[in-house]
Design a protein around this ligand. Structure first.
Ligand SMILES: [Fe+2]
Length: 205
């Protein structure tokens, strides 16, 4: 029996929700994304062998259904996190990861909240990896039981299994990456399609 009091400080919030109307929205988004991909070259960011669109898609009419869902979610987070000035959606882009591609570890500098919405996620097309943001915790390297036998508060990394309609929002400083797409067979149906975005708090109205 533990007789010592335990305080847990500085947790990392990761919000998630399944969007109700995701099937119809994703069908429409897939069409728009494929058209865009044919008409514009990829940008190079964290994408390794995958396609990364330009990041101003939140201004386009075709994405307003999703933008509305993101703003709705952000209002709830502002309430939960005691945020006084609203956070504004400042950019939005999509990634298409074909078989063999992945996204390298990164954060989203100059933003406050970031997130991802999943459009198409075939089996084995890459999980989202999140790292313990306390860098010094990684240097400790204590011998621990296997992760499945430990309390999540002891983990140094965790992962989310993507699924169509899932929306995740987390602090922009949280280091993350996407695993290699190992879906079978190769082809458009095996592509992993996600939409990422950033929110920044308005300092003045
Ligand atoms: Fe990211």
């Amino acid at each position: 029996m533990c007789i010592m009091k335990l305080d847990l400080w500085f947790p990392t919030p990761v919000y998630s929700v399944m969007i109700d109307s995701h099937e119809s929205m994703n069908a429409q988004l897939t069409e728009v994304i494929r058209q865009h991909q044919q008409q514009h070259p990829s940008i190079q960011a964290s994408n390794m062998l995958g396609y990364h669109s330009q990041s101003d898609l939140h201004q386009q009419q075709d994405y307003q259904g999703l933008v509305s869902e993101l703003n709705h979610a952000m209002r709830e987070i502002e309430s939960q996190e005691a945020i006084t000035q609203p956070c504004e959606l400042v950019n939005l882009w999509f990634n298409v990861n074909p078989v063999g591609s992945h996204n390298a570890e990164h954060t989203h500098p100059r933003s406050d909240w970031s997130g991802v919405y999943y459009v198409q996620t075939p089996a084995n097309s890459g999980v989202l990896h999140l790292q313990d943001p306390r860098d010094r915790a990684h240097s400790q390297e204590l011998k621990l039981k296997p992760q499945q036998e430990t309390n999540p508060r002891l983990w140094r990394d965790t992962r989310y299994q993507p699924q169509p309609g899932l929306l995740l929002i987390f602090p922009a400083w949280l280091r993350h990456s996407v695993g290699i797409n190992l879906a079978q067979p190769n082809g458009e149906a095996s592509d992993r399609i996600s939409i990422s975005f950033n929110f920044v708090q308005k300092w003045f109205d």
